[in-house]
Design a binder for this molecule. Structure first.
Ligand code: MN
Length: 504
């Protein structure tokens, strides 16, 4: 009993300590009140790890503080599981903490069902049009709901070791297929990488460990060479009177894995395993630095990217260039301002900074112009949410929503979700599961009905692959495939199979 209380107070104290740095004393008092209410509501409940349940909402809230979210969001993080799991009502929350917090808790509750600390995402993701609608409206009404869900998922991933192997796989896959892309669409780079790394380490532990080792080895070999490049560049920039900071950034295991799939597994063809990131005071200086680097080293023509003039769809901005040094080392540089850097790491969360209460209020009132211009899709959703609220009929089919517009989501018969590019065939899906299943595929069932190899997968399809040992890949298969990974595997199989390779 004593141990139980002890853990709880320590965690509470730590969160309050963390919050004191960023919020007013009034706000911290509110937060403390919320923690006490959550502690009472979750009293006696335990996580699968055996820890008091309260550790979970406190960790979620702690992430939200760390991401620089406003106090309403942090408090909603503390209370996010209380309505679903406990006797607390939304009215209680509204009375105690205001409309915004209650709205956020309601949004998070509606977005997922809580089952022993896990959320079943398939209950609200694009499985059916109706659920997709709900999901999109939730984002449009208040994107902070999604940010709380990301914090929730991140902590669930961090405590995944306590669940069964089957659940681990399921949750890791969902996270990789949905939550990581979602974080990416919001340009929350740091969160995306954390979600990807944990998920990948569960889905393919061997590969994960192998790539980690490769990165470490190469980093060791490369860092001395890099030091001299750093020195040269620092000297040039200082000579030109440009104030700057420079850090090395190492590729994550999962993004290395993705790149290796693209480059057909040639690890030596990957030039940005380690990049040098230069942060300067303003945009003009970014271009100036680029010029200086190109004067110093030979740039590789096709690898110069100006994401400042043309930001990525998620709003990411930077100049990228890959150069060959005099010692013939290949080095990638990323040049950006402090603001661009902050935005790349924290993404949309950066817009809800505790210091920017004004922007927050404007956002809450549905003033669309306050959204970063590059996240047009959120502005679009806000407009739609407003129309739905006003009782208008909205045809979601006609909406161009960029969120997942280039993907379809399909399910295995067991209910595991897979994200594939639009236009993928059931054969792509088969290869995605395993190449042994792909190469033996002879028929497919979509939602229980047999379809041909030419079928194009639709979001919500449940795909079953029928296999036969005698089946062999043939040249026609290449025409049916959309994903490069599957094509690559088929090509390899055709090469290894003397019977098929002789055919024209
Ligand atoms: Mn939760």
């Amino acid at each position: 009993m004593q141990g139980f209380c002890y853990t709880r107070t320590v965690k509470k104290a730590r969160l309050l300590e963390q919050a004191k740095e960023f919020y007013s004393s009034d706000q911290v008092n509110q937060l403390e009140r919320a923690i006490d209410i959550a502690a009472k509501a979750h009293a006696g409940q335990k996580r699968k790890s055996g820890e008091p349940y309260l550790t979970h909402p406190l960790m979620v809230a702690s992430f939200l503080v760390d991401w620089g979210m406003d106090i309403d969001t942090v408090i909603a993080g503390v209370l996010h599981d209380t309505v679903e799991d406990c006797d607390l009502t939304l009215e209680d929350i509204e009375k105690g903490f205001g409309h915004d917090t209650a709205f956020l808790v309601d949004g998070v509750t509606k977005l997922g069902k809580v089952r022993s600390g896990m959320h079943d995402i398939s209950s609200y993701l694009p499985k059916t049009k109706d659920n997709l609608t709900k999901f999109l409206i939730a984002i449009g009404q208040d994107v902070r709901v999604v940010i709380i869900k990301l914090a929730d998922r991140l902590h669930n991933l961090q405590t995944l070791q306590h669940l069964s192997a089957e659940k681990q796989q399921k949750i890791a896959r969902e996270s990789l297929e949905i939550f990581a892309p979602l974080a990416d669409r919001l340009n929350m780079g740091r969160v995306r990488v954390r979600i990807e790394e944990i998920s990948f380490s569960y889905l393919d532990p061997h590969r994960y460990r192998y790539l980690k080792k490769q990165l470490k080895q190469r980093l060791g070999r490369f860092s001395k060479k890099l030091d001299s490049v750093r020195e040269q560049v620092t000297k040039e920039l200082t000579k030109a009177g440009i104030k700057h900071s420079m850090v090395g950034r190492i590729k994550s295991a999962y993004s290395l894995h993705k790149k290796l799939v693209k480059t057909e597994q040639n690890i030596d063809a990957i030039y940005d395993m380690i990049a040098l990131r230069i942060i300067v005071e303003n945009k003009d200086l970014c271009y100036q630095v680029l010029g200086l680097i190109h004067a110093l080293y030979t740039p590789i023509p096709k690898r110069i990217k100006d994401y400042i003039a043309t930001p990525k769809q998620n709003g990411y901005q930077s100049l990228h260039t890959t150069v060959i040094t005099k010692e013939e080392h290949i080095v990638e540089f990323q040049i950006r301002t402090e603001d661009m850097h902050d935005y790349a790491e924290r993404g949309l969360a950066a817009s809800f900074h505790y210091n920017e209460q004004k922007l927050n209020d404007a956002y809450a009132k549905g003033k669309i112009a306050t959204m970063p211009a590059n996240l047009q899709w959120i502005s679009d959703l806000q407009a739609v949410a407003a129309r739905v609220k006003a009782g208008e009929e909205v045809d979601f089919e006609k909406l161009k929503v960029n969120l997942f517009s280039d993907s379809v989501f399909v399910y295995s018969p067991k209910g595991d979700i897979f994200e594939l590019p639009v236009g993928s065939s059931p054969l792509d899906f088969a290869y995605r599961i395993h190449s042994d299943i792909g190469k033996k595929a002879y028929a497919f069932k979509i939602n229980g009905k047999i379809v041909g190899f030419g079928y194009k997968l639709q979001t919500g399809d449940i795909v079953e692959v029928l296999t036969r040992r005698s089946v062999r890949p043939n040249l026609d298969w290449l025409k049916r495939l959309k994903t490069p990974q599957a094509k690559q595997k088929v090509r390899k199989e055709l090469k290894n199979d003397p019977k098929t390779s002789k055919k024209p």
